[in-house]
Design a protein around this ligand. Structure first.
Ligand SMILES: Cc1cc2nc3c(=O)[nH]c(=O)nc-3n(C[C@H](O)[C@H](O)[C@H](O)COP(=O)(O)OP(=O)(O)OC[C@H]3O[C@@H](n4cnc5c(N)ncnc54)[C@H](O)[C@@H]3O)c2cc1C
Length: 390
């Protein structure tokens, strides 16, 4: 269990759940994570463990069979999963995010159809925004959905879709009006079931890190999808719905940054007390004490920012500023802490025998996915300036 996880910073229910997940991570995940990661193998028993704990239904309302816990609790759980293996927090990310979008914005028919299936989960979810020519500038997507009677016909290419092969339902961003101004008014989100004719999942990317979970291309070639699969039932609201769901994704990624940094710190402070140089443990050299103190401070700051963003989301108000700040800080901090942990380990930190090299390869994903650090800064700047009208 992470030493920094002070009981008083989480509400009691969340604390109990997070503590249980932390115990499971120490026992079941830490001993096997690097083995799965080096083999780039989907961790079936670990995913089953997460499912047995109800984590896939953590944000699904109780009336559909879910746990309906707070975002604060979810953030704490993601920190603990990432402390064991960052990919595990990635596996539930788009599932929870899409479940949230359906609960919050779906039609009653969509809620009744999907939410009970997401609890166990009988099916898993993926989110598909990014395309070969549109990433940060999501409104530049070229995938189109054209109305045809009671259906829409979707055409286009998507890429970088996490859970892209194993998902049962995909929340897909499309354009239903390519001439709309502002552009977001022409964007519509669809719930596309796996197996829809004309819809295929393609190449799996070979990645630097974030292994074990597949990230793929998707292709839509005259894929016919019923109009009842438009999220919320109305054209033109897709951008707003997906941006709101991305606040959940950014809390997840911020939490991953905190959890991964905590794992690196835990290893570093233990090693620093065992390894000797110049006649004493390296921890006794003040330069290392200062380094470790800074690492602990940064992790604490990231944890508090992330929980703060989660609590804001729990309050039901728009929280892109808070989620953006938490993600920006925690993921950039994670890179620094992981590198410092490597420095503390000296040469052995560079070996594949220790998990440090895995942390080092996993850390950069988080400054890219769910919006790069530059994009978080633009989101933050857009919000903060509103408080200073001139
Ligand atoms: C492993 C992995 C998993 C992913 N999973 C998913 C997923 O499940 N679903 C999904 O839809 N996408 C997913 N993505 C895609 C991810 O969200 C995008 O890669 C990310 O948003 C950046 O887009 P891009 O790669 O097109 O970079 P670009 O948008 O081309 O950006 C390139 C560089 O330009 C900078 N830049 C761009 N615009 C600006 C600006 N206005 N101001 C300043 N700098 C700017 C960026 O910060 C970046 O440094 C995943 C990516 C990875 C690597």
């Amino acid at each position: 269990m992470a030493r920094d996880f002070a009981a008083d910073i989480l509400d009691p229910v969340a604390q109990q759940i997070v503590s249980n997940v932390g115990t499971w991570v120490d026992k079941e995940v830490k001993p096997v994570a690097s083995e799965y990661e080096h083999a780039d193998e989907y961790p079936v028993p670990l995913v089953k463990g997460m499912s047995d704990m109800g984590l896939f239904g953590i944000k699904i309302p109780e009336k559909y069979g879910g746990l309906d816990l707070s975002f604060e609790c979810y953030a704490g759980v993601c920190m603990e999963l990432a402390r064991g293996w960052m990919s595990l927090a990635g596996i539930i990310n788009t599932h929870v995010l899409v479940g949230y979008a359906i609960s919050e914005y779906g039609t009653q028919e969509q809620k009744d159809k999907y939410l009970p299936m997401l609890v166990e989960p009988q099916i898993r979810c993926a989110l598909s925004i990014t395309e070969p020519d549109a990433g940060s500038d999501a409104q530049a997507i070229k995938t189109t959905a054209r109305r045809d009677g009671d259906d829409y016909i979707i055409n286009g290419q998507k890429m970088w879709v996490t859970n892209g092969q194993r998902a049962g339902v995909y929340l897909v961003m499309t354009k239903t009006d390519v001439t709309a101004e502002p552009r977001h008014r022409g964007i519509t989100a669809f719930l596309v079931d796996a197996g829809t004719p004309g819809f295929t999942s393609g190449k799996k990317f070979d990645k630097l890190g974030y292994k074990g979970v597949e990230t793929t291309e998707l292709s839509f070639d005259d894929a016919r999808v019923p109009a009842t699969q438009v999220l919320g039932g109305k054209e033109g609201s897709g951008f707003q719905h997906i941006m709101s769901a991305l606040e959940v994704g950014r809390i997840n990624v911020a939490a991953r940054g905190v959890g991964l940094a905590q794992a690196a710190f835990d290893d570093a402070i233990r090693y620093a007390q065992k390894r000797e140089a110049f006649g004493k443990p390296i921890f006794e050299h003040q330069a290392q004490q200062l380094r470790l103190a800074e690492m602990a401070m940064k992790i604490r700051a990231g944890r508090l920012l992330t929980l703060d963003a989660a609590r804001k989301k729990d309050s039901g108000v728009r929280s892109d500023l808070d989620a953006g700040i938490a993600k920006l800080y925690s993921t950039e901090m994670c890179q620094e802490v992981v590198l410092d942990a490597l420095r503390i380990h000296g040469g052995v930190g560079y070996s594949k025998e220790l998990p440090l090299e895995r942390y080092y390869r996993d850390a950069p994903l988080m400054v890219i996915a769910e919006g790069t650090s530059d994009i978080q800064k633009t989101v933050i700047a857009r919000q903060i300036v509103k408080d200073y009208p001139v």
